[in-house]
Design a protein around this ligand. Structure first.
Ligand code: NDP
Ligand code: 8X3
Length: 253
């Protein structure tokens, strides 16, 4: 029987790549995001190209009532979620703390921490009652160290790091695995969102090096969920070969 994976933030980047790879590997998928047209297109593409079924849920993870309503609306056959991938997230702005934009801060805290918590709070009881499941949190190298002007984004990803460890302890009696994957630079819409739509500035982030691609992260997550029942990968940090830390990067001249 196919396992069901819920992927938050499946409308682009890492979430979309996970959806496409999981569909080729016999999972049914619940895909979420705010851009409904992208969800509809992705559902059509996946169902056309694979034997997987897709259910889409269009909501904002920052709104707990939307999260609850969306998950409650799942038809019976979709309720037994085997894998929850907490991927929806963003950076907004890259400014020193004294010049930070409060709206940017709230967006990051509400999405990366509170959104992840709302979804986990709603979905994890199903896993607990079935005594099986796997929660994958997408952290970041920014959750392992801080870098100049990364302040609040780094703090939110440090929170994901801490919550992943805490969840693993809380889930321990219930046979639920909890894994974090913490990537360095991945070429997605991430930097365009961080720079509020400034694509030229975003492209510079990846100039002169080969970044990670969303598909690289999807492959690692697939590896993690395909481990046998007795194996739980706890924490995976992955960077491009050209990156050694949040700030140490080599670029071709
Ligand atoms: P993208 O911007 O390409 O994708 C982000 C996804 O999150 C989109 O599908 C977006 O969907 C969704 N999302 C954002 N805000 C909300 C919200 N309020 N409610 C619901 N969905 C939301 O970036 P990535 O794929 O790179 O990012 C995915 C995750 O990976 C994030 O958690 C990010 O922090 C993390 N990460 C990224 C790295 C990188 O270098 N790219 C490195 C390390 C970690 P929509 O806009 O349709 O709602
Ligand atoms: C995204 C990676 O280095 O831009 O989480 O913070 S980084």
């Amino acid at each position: 029987m196919k396992r069901t994976a819920l992927i938050s933030g499946a409308t682009s980047g890492i979430g979309q790549a996970i959806a496409e790879l999981f569909a080729k590997n016999d999972f049914n998928l619940i895909l979420t995001g705010r851009r409904n047209n992208k969800l509809i297109d992705l559902k059509e593409k996946i169902e056309r190209d694979s034997g997987s079924e897709v259910y889409i849920l269009n909501f904002d993870v920052r709104d707990n009532s939307q999260v609850n309503k969306a998950i409650d609306s799942l038809p019976e056959k979709w309720k037994d979620i085997d894998i929850l991938i907490n991927n929806a997230g963003l950076a907004s702005g890259l400014d020193p703390i004294q010049e930070g934009d409060i709206e940017d801060w709230e967006k990051m805290i509400d999405t990366n921490i509170k959104g992840l918590l709302y979804l986990t709070r709603k979905v994890s009881p199903v896993m607990v009652s079935r005594k099986k499941g796997h929660i994958i949190n997408i952290g970041s190298i920014a959750g392992k160290e801080v870098y100049p002007n990364g302040n609040v984004y780094c703090a939110t990803k440090h929170a994901v790091d801490a919550l992943t460890k805490a969840m693993r302890i809380d889930m321990l009696p219930y046979n639920v695995k909890v894994t974090q994957i913490a990537p360095g630079m991945v070429d997605t819409e991430f930097s365009t969102v961080r720079f509020h739509g400034d694509k030229t500035r975003a492209d510079k982030v990846y100039e002169g090096l080969t970044p990670l691609y969303a598909s690289d992260i999807a492959e690692i997550i697939l590896f993690a969920v395909m481990r046998p029942a007795h194996v739980c990968l706890n924490d995976i940090v992955v960077t491009p070969t050209a990156q050694a830390s949040g700030i140490n990067v080599v670029r071709n001249k």
